[in-house]
Structures are given as C-alpha cells and as structure tokens.
Design a binder for this molecule. Structure first.
Ligand SMILES: Cc1ncc(COP(=O)(O)O)c(C=O)c1O
Length: 389
C-alpha cells in the first residue's frame, strides 16, 4: 500500500525514530521510571519564561492574526533574528523564518540545489540529511572525518565535482559533538573558493547550527559567514529553548545572497514542501522573550557526568565539545547486539549505523542524572561481560 520509497525508509533507516517508538512501547509496559531512553535528541524541559512567552503570544490580537502571512514570516520577528545573528550587513532581508532547522535546510536545498546535483556532507551525520537531499533528487555524498572527528579536507577536496552544488556541515555536530575550529573553516572556505572559480559555479555552504549555543569552553562557535560568502545558516530553538515540538527556526542568508530572486525561491520552496510559513504563535513567542540566551550550565553538567562515566566504564569516547550527545566506539564488535542487550535492560541508545558509522553508538546526555547513571550501570555490566568472556 505505501510507496516503495516509504518502504525503503522503513528497512534502511529511521533508527532514531525506531528507538523512540521502542521507548514508548517499553514505557507503556513498564512505566516511565523503568525506562532509560537516551536514543532521541530530546532537549531539557523548557523553563517557565518560555511557557509564559507562548501564553502571551497566544493572546496577541491584531487584524489577520490567524490568517496567512508572508511565506518568510513576520517582519518584526525576522528583524529580531537578524539582530541575534549580529553579522555586519545581516538585516531582516537575510532571514527566513522556518518550521525548525529541518525546514531551513530543506528549503535551502530546494532553492540552491538542482535534481542530479551532489551535496557533500560529513560522516558521521544527522540521518535526516540524506533524506533532505534524496527528496530533492540530489545525491548526498558523506565524507568521513579524520579519526579525531575533524574535517578531512583532502578527502572533501577529492569528493568535490562539477556536480557539487553544496557542502552541508553541522557544528556542534550531532552525533560526534565536534565544534568546527578556525583551521577547518578557513581551509574549507579556501577550497570551496578555488573549486567554485575552477568550475564557474559557486558551491553553497550550508551550516546546520541547531546546537550553536551549546559549545562547551574552551570550544566556541565561529561564524561561518566570516569565512565564506556563499553561506547560509540553519538555526532553530528546538534544542536550546527546549521547544522542539513547536517547530520554529530560521534560515540566515549571507548578505550577498539576500536578493529578490532568493526570496522568491525560498517562498516557492516553502510552498512546494508544504510548510507554507513557520507557525505564527511560535514566531510571536520569540518576540515575547526578552532574551534568546540560554543557561548552558545544566547541559555542561550533564556533558561532564556522561563523559566521566564513559571514561570510568573504559569506553573509547570523544569528549563532546558541543551539543547533547556522547559518541563512543561500541565495546562489542557487534554494535547492534550491544544495543539489543541494552534494550533488554530497558536502556535505549542509537546504533552508529544511523549516522554513517556502524562501529559507534550515540547516547543523548540531556537526561536526568539518575537516568544517566542507570544507563552507565547497564553499559558497565555489558562491558564487564565482554572482559570476562
Ligand atoms: C543536527 C540536527 N539538525 C537538525 C535537526 C532538526 O532540528 P529542528 O527540530 O529544529 O527541525 C536536529 C534535530 O535533532 C539535529 O540534531
């Protein structure tokens, strides 16, 4: 009954959602407290000022409040977002409000990438990147990082072709936790510049910045707009404000790209993809928030707890430089068997195959401490088994 494409998704991917559904099933059977679900990138619970901003936004009244609006969103919200970007020359014309970062990336792809084009990504990658490209009939070409999770510039250079329309990065990275540094951004920008000149076609750099406010010192976010003109940024409030279900984010265009033709392209993409415009109440809630800053401390604490526990368990894990995930080598050769054994103990993690590296496992650490402790108890039990086996 369902399409061949949908069926292929069921068998090929969807690991994150699959684990999420398993979590729901286990919770229904055993109760919330008995299940440790660290498989989905669920942010911490939104705090009261955010709930209050949504209440205030729901009460906003003016002519057309509940009607259609310009596809790119309310002008005053775009202006506020432009201020938040804080890059010289970025104003409301450089911002399009979107249904989360997901929509920001998909509308950018539709606007700048043609069917048959290639989009170079980095492995490990957020699994949806492949879907976003495939549904635009573009080819996603993931290039593995170096062992230290930094960009492999030589391999990226070798992957660029006359068909390359875009490079899609994510920093801080889900799942690896890597934050791009200056050498990586500078090196990549120079390479894209040279490639663009050689082929007479500008390669677009799309940077997914969903976790931009979640970089842990001494690591810090660097602005890709400073390095390469032909760049766009995909941002959202899903994670840092804890409002993933409200579907609100935005796309930032480098000022050199903020042309009437781009605006028309973006609006057309929003209509074609069926988002039409970002949800009105969520847009307005942003206006009711005095600040978009966040308190990183609860995340940083959990990052530390998770990384310390991983080391104590003898796991081969990279210290997360940003984001909300711990990325570690499976202590068992058979990663899926390891994931299954954990699931029998009602601990859900996501196998690295979902992100393009079957040897690894992803754990989301934005969870209550007790759940993190329970997860590492189960992991230690299994790694102990492996040692004694
Ligand atoms: C790297 C990355 N990009 C995009 C998204 C989607 O974000 P949004 O909820 O804003 O669409 C996620 C969500 O987990 C993510 O991890």
């Amino acid at each position: 009954m369902i399409s061949r494409w949908s069926r292929a998704q069921l068998s090929d991917g969807g690991w994150v959602r699959r684990m999420f559904m398993e979590g729901l099933r286990l919770r229904a059977e055993h109760g919330d407290d008995a299940v440790v679900d660290l498989s989905l990138g669920q942010p911490l619970e939104a705090d009261e000022p955010i709930a209050e901003a949504f209440r205030a936004a729901a009460g906003d009244r003016f002519h057309g409040r509940f009607g259609y609006m310009p596809n790119l969103g309310y002008m005053e919200v775009r202006e506020r977002a432009a201020l938040d970007v804080g890059f010289p020359g970025v104003d409301a014309s450089c911002v399009a409000m979107t249904s989360g970062a997901a929509a920001a990336i998909t509308v950018a792809i539709r606007t700048f990438v043609d069917p048959g084009d290639e989009v170079v990504g980095i492995a490990p990658f957020f699994p949806e990147f492949r879907l976003y490209c495939e549904t635009a009939s573009a080819r996603f070409v993931p290039i593995p990082t170096q062992a230290d999770l930094r960009l492999d510039l030589g391999a990226i250079s070798a992957a660029l072709s006359p068909r390359t329309a875009a490079v899609l990065l994510n920093s801080p990275c889900n799942p690896s936790g890597h934050v791009l540094d200056e050498d990586e951004l500078r090196g990549l920008a120079g390479m894209l510049q040279r490639h663009s000149e050689r082929h007479g076609r500008r390669v677009l750099l799309i940077v997914d910045e969903v976790y931009r406010r979640m970089a842990y010192a001494p690591h810090r976010r660097l602005d890709p707009l400073n390095f390469y003109e032909h760049s766009v940024l995909a941002r959202s409030f899903s994670k840092d404000l804890g409002i993933a279900g409200e579907r609100i984010g935005y796309l930032v265009l480098h000022p050199s790209l903020a042309l009437p033709e781009t605006h028309l392209g973006l609006a057309q993409a929003m209509r074609a993809l069926g988002f039409v415009n970002a949800p009105a109440t969520a847009q307005r809630a942003l206006l009711h928030l005095q600040s978009w800053d966040i308190n990183l401390q609860p995340y940083q604490e959990r990052r530390d707890v998770a990384f310390d526990a991983a080391r104590a368990a003898g796991l081969d894990a990279a210290e997360p430089q940003g984001g909300i995930y711990l990325w570690f080598r499976s202590p068992w050769d058979d990663t899926l068997a390891f994931i299954d054994e954990l699931a029998k103990r009602r601990v859900l993690l996501t196998p690295g195959v979902a992100f393009g590296d079957p040897s690894r496992v992803r754990l989301c650490f934005s969870a209550p401490r007790a759940k993190l402790a329970a997860a590492f108890d189960a992991v230690t039990e299994l790694t102990g088994d492996a040692v004694s086996a």
